[in-house]
Ligand binder design. Structure first.
Ligand SMILES: Cc1ncc(COP(=O)(O)O)c(C=O)c1O
Length: 303
């Protein structure tokens, strides 16, 4: 097969397009073969819909704040110098395309865990962690959700802040978890509804799963204060809940990776067993690396 044919064929299979009529006859495809022909389009993604409206807007002063990605003064994408440097190092170091171990590159996992918890963390020093690489933060949500749906011994209902990133609900339902809510933000005043949050968490059935965004909450930008995190941690302990932290914006809230780790580090200090789902899409400007498992993200579970 020459390379031209090969290219056409792989594109056809990738895009699930219908082969031309002549090919259908040649290969004796029956009508039933196109089992996807009755499928309806999924509803349009609301965020990408805003992007469409943005593109149509003629205002010269418009600013794109839709996706959490770095931009320069002219609105152009920015690649962090550290990322460029890392790419050069990777290019030199990895000369083959062999399989990584099933849970990812050990060194990547170890350094990711250190970035989250600090190199002196007693969890890491005592090797109490299990860390896996996944395809981005969405992959971490999916894998951890599937893991909990299958193996969590308590109530497989995950309690999410109201509101939260729309895909949290979608992914967790998709993997078979039940989803419920606790109050988080009062939309009228864009302020944390701390009383509502504590009240609702206090009513969550024991041994359920409580989900938090570790910092820079999406979509509100509203986080509990350090004192409030300490109180939440105590309540979660009292209710014997399993805390799961989604950390998609470490560094975005305070400008400092260490400060933005306060929530989950506090929970660990308080003796919780936790799951932390880490993404570098935003914090390191790596959205475009979705397809490359080498540079990716992790799910992190403490035993
Ligand atoms: C709060 C939150 N968690 C997880 C994700 C998913 O991360 P990723 O883009 O790395 O899949 C996002 C993406 O926008 C997010 O906002």
């Amino acid at each position: 097969m020459n390379s031209g044919n090969f290219k056409n064929m792989s594109i056809r299979y990738l895009l699930f397009t219908k082969p031309r009529a002549s090919n259908i006859q040649k290969r004796h495809f029956s009508e039933e073969f196109f089992w996807w022909k009755h499928l309806e389009n999924a509803p349009p993604d609301s965020i990408l819909g805003i992007k469409k409206i943005y593109n149509m807007d003629k205002n010269p002063n418009k600013v794109d704040l839709i996706v959490g990605a770095y931009r320069d003064a002219n609105g152009k994408p920015v690649i962090l110098p550290s990322v460029l440097e890392a790419e050069k190092m990777i290019e030199k170091k990895y000369t083959d395309k062999e399989y990584a171990p099933i849970s990812g590159l050990p060194q990547f996992n170890q350094l990711s865990a250190q970035l989250l918890l600090g190199p002196d963390s007693s969890v890491l020093c005592n090797q109490l962690n299990a860390t896996s690489q996944t395809v981005s933060g969405s992959g971490a949500l999916y894998v951890s959700g599937k893991f909990m749906a299958q193996f969590f011994p308590g109530n497989t209902c995950i309690y999410l802040p109201q509101p939260t990133w729309a895909n949290h609900e979608a992914i967790f339902k998709f993997v078979g978890l039940e989803v419920a809510w606790y109050r988080y933000c009062d939309p009228k005043v864009s302020k944390l509804d701390f009383e509502g949050l504590m009240d609702d968490i206090n009513k969550i059935p024991e041994k359920s799963i409580a989900f938090f965004q570790g910092c820079a909450h999406n979509p509100t930008g509203v986080d509990p204060s350090q004192e409030q995190w300490c109180e939440i941690s105590q309540l979660v302990k009292k209710r014997q809940l399993f805390p799961v932290f989604d950390v998609a914006y470490q560094g975005f809230a305070s400008g400092d990776f260490y400060n933005d780790a306060f929530s989950f580090r506090t929970f660990l200090q308080d003796g919780h067993k936790v799951a932390i789902l880490q993404s570098y899409s935003k914090s390191m400007g790596l959205y475009g690396e979705y397809q490359i498992s080498k540079l990716l993200h992790e799910i992190y579970v403490v035993r």
